[in-house]
Write a protein that binds this ligand. Structure first.
Ligand code: ATP
Ligand code: MG
Length: 588
């Protein structure tokens, strides 16, 4: 296709709000266009990339035997009320009303809809297992939409749902999808890692996230170089240090003056203690499904540890958005806590959660709930108890691996997909059942599986770029070859360029021809920015049938006859397409 006829607008300037390379480059290449915060449109080149990612996703889903359908974004509130998520989903859900005040949402996900399909369509074990999927637009009113397609408020997701008779069936469906995801992301050219994940608002009892490795990624993942352990930092478990020895005596509780020591560092310093001998207080308020304040929580953890708020929310049976740091002044009136001097002894009207580690440690120092005072020799059981004892420690770089005990490492990534074992979390409340061979009724056992299709595009750019622009892997490149004509007005050059264009097209290669009336420098800059894998430059030597051949990913250029350039391009592109094909990854 001739660039002079294409709608392409590249920008020299970096858009002010864009910080990530993928965001900057997708705006600068004109691939995406912002409408309002977190809402983007796909322009011609962006749409081609999106289509290619979708095609890969479809091929891999179809190969598993899953069937594609397409459901509406608009979903009636009643289905979400049945599953119990209308309230629990929180402010991310885009709620709308029709003219008769009936409530709907713009679907952030589709568990309820697919469960509803299956409960009306499936009655017998003979109809199971079955997996359905769709590629469709999702809406989430994200608190902080940012990074372009990475975290947007409208985005494209592939979501699949599996329906099985029992847990063994689910395990199989889950494994099938897990393997398909491995193939999808490999075919998109991504360097990624599947990691164990928390199940969040979706629920269920087993999950993995597929994380594209990227230093700018929002996900923090923990892994071990000595064993296979890899998990999100929210999910990874940090084991308790061993308890104090049996022989250590509990010393008498004593209140001591600790003027101005509002932090763990300050009090440990003042009393000449190791931070490991102190208890840190974390004060939270919680909210019910309507978003109303429902109570206070004081969580206690060893002074040198950090809290994992997801684990606290899970223990409390609430969602992440239903817990936040407390307004200490308000909390103090009701509970007796004192900012900087809060301890578990004598607190009232709040739930006390103790980290499992401190329960086994003797003679710790904790706030006395009096200004400028701490207790020393605080012991669990004797001096205080908790409403809940939970391991809610956040793992840190160098902490022991929960599996093998060696020090763990951290890396960052972009969550491009997630798979969940849902069990009967939706089928039970929504009464999606089947009858077995003996006509006995059972809840259908479900799994759900999401891929952020638009986010995957951004993740590819995040991994494949340099200072000059994008470097597309061939499998998702908007075009395979760009022919740059140095002087469009030169007939010899244009004729040779058009001949190359025809020959490439005849080989099934997707080619764009830069015939714009622009300076060569501008054309080269745009070709690099757009990241087309092969560039063939037609210039002064066109009369001799000589062109310049260059791969976007390599620095070197070679002079070749036009025939050889077409042959090289064709071999390279076909080779890369084969390398990223379904057949090539079938064993993954
Ligand atoms: P995150 O933790 O990043 O908010 P999530 O865990 O809430 O994502 P899921 O419910 O697992 O997301 O959705 C499936 C996939 O959809 C995710 O793995 C991700 O790739 C994609 N996705 C989720 N939220 C967004 C968003 N706001 N913008 C673009 N893609 C998204
Ligand atoms: Mg997720």
């Amino acid at each position: 296709m001739k660039m002079s006829k294409m709608y392409i607008r590249t920008l020299r300037e970096t858009p002010a709000e864009a910080v990530l390379p993928s965001h900057i480059l997708m705006i600068r290449t004109g691939m995406i266009r912002k409408l309002v915060s977190g809402v983007y449109g796909y322009m011609p080149l962006g749409k081609r990339v999106l289509d290619k990612v979708e095609k890969i996703v479809k091929e891999e889903m179809d190969a598993t035997g899953a069937q594609e359908i397409l459901m509406s974004a608009l979903q009636p509130a009643e289905l979400w009320q049945e599953s119990g998520r209308w309230g629990a989903y929180g402010p991310e859900m885009w709620r709308v009303k029709d003219r008769n005040e009936r409530e709907f949402c713009l679907g952030p996900t589709h568990e309820e809809i697919f469960t509803d399909i299956i409960r009306t369509g499936v009655s017998s074990y003979r109809q199971l297992p079955v997996t359905l999927y769709q590629i469709q637009t999702k809406y989430r009113d994200e608190a902080r939409p940012r990074f372009g397609l990475m975290r947007s408020r409208e985005f494209i997701m592939k979501d699949a749902y599996s329906f099985d008779r029992d847990e063994e069936g689910l395990d199989e469906s889950y494994k099938t999808m897990y393997d398909a995801y491995t193939r999808v992301f490999t075919r998109c050219g991504l360097k990624f890692r599947p990691v164990e994940a928390d199940t969040g608002a979706i629920g269920g009892n087993g999950s993995h996230e597929f994380t594209a490795l990227a230093e700018n990624g929002e996900s923090s993942i923990v892994y071990c170089e000595h064993c296979d352990m890899a998990a999100t930092d929210e999910r990874a478990e940090l084991r308790d240090d061993p308890p104090s020895s049996e022989s250590e005596a509990m010393l008498p509780l004593e209140e001591v003056e600790t003027p101005g020591t509002k932090t763990i560092e300050a009090v440990a310093d003042y009393l000449k203690l190791d931070k490991k001998q102190t208890i840190k207080a974390l004060l939270y308020e919680t909210y019910d499904d309507e978003g109303t304040l429902s109570g206070y929580v004081a969580a206690f953890i060893r002074g040198d540890r950090e809290a994992n708020v997801i684990k606290l929310a899970n223990a409390l049976g609430i969602q992440e958005h239903q817990i936040a740091f407390a307004d200490e002044e308000k909390m103090s009136v009701l509970t007796g806590c004192v900012g900087g001097f809060t301890g578990p002894i004598g607190l009232k009207n709040c739930r006390i959660i103790a980290d499992s580690e401190i329960v086994g440690l003797k003679n710790l120092c904790a706030g006395a709930n009096h200004s400028d005072h701490h207790y020393i020799n605080v012991n669990y059981g004797r001096d205080y108890t908790a409403d809940m004892v939970v391991n809610f420690k956040m793992i840190q770089e160098g902490d022991p691996c929960p599996v093998c005990g060696q020090p763990v490492k951290f890396t960052r990534g972009i969550e491009v997909g997630q798979v969940f074992k849902l069990g009967t979390k939706y089928s039970h409340p929504m009464h999606a059942v089947y009858k077995d061979e003996n006509m006995k009724e059972h809840d259908i056992v479900m799994g759900c599986y999401g891929i952020g299709v638009s986010r995957t595009m951004a993740a590819v750019v995040e991994q494949y770029h340099d200072d000059d622009g994008i470097i597309w892997p061939v499998s998702v490149a908007p075009y395979h070859v760009i022919i740059t004509v140095m002087k469009t007005k030169d007939e010899t050059q244009m004729q040779l360029a058009e001949k190359i264009e025809r020959e490439c097209a005849a080989q099934g290669i997707e080619v764009m021809l830069d015939d714009r009336d622009e300076r060569p420098g501008v054309k080269f800059k745009d070709a690099d920015l757009l990241g087309i894998p092969v560039r063939i430059t037609v210039g002064r030597k066109a009369g001799d049938g000589i062109v310049e051949y260059k791969l976007r990913k390599d620095a070197d250029k070679t002079e070749l006859s036009a025939e050889d350039a077409v042959k090289n391009a064709s071999e390279y592109i076909k080779g890369e397409l084969a390398r990223y094909s379904h057949e090539a990854v079938a064993d993954l």
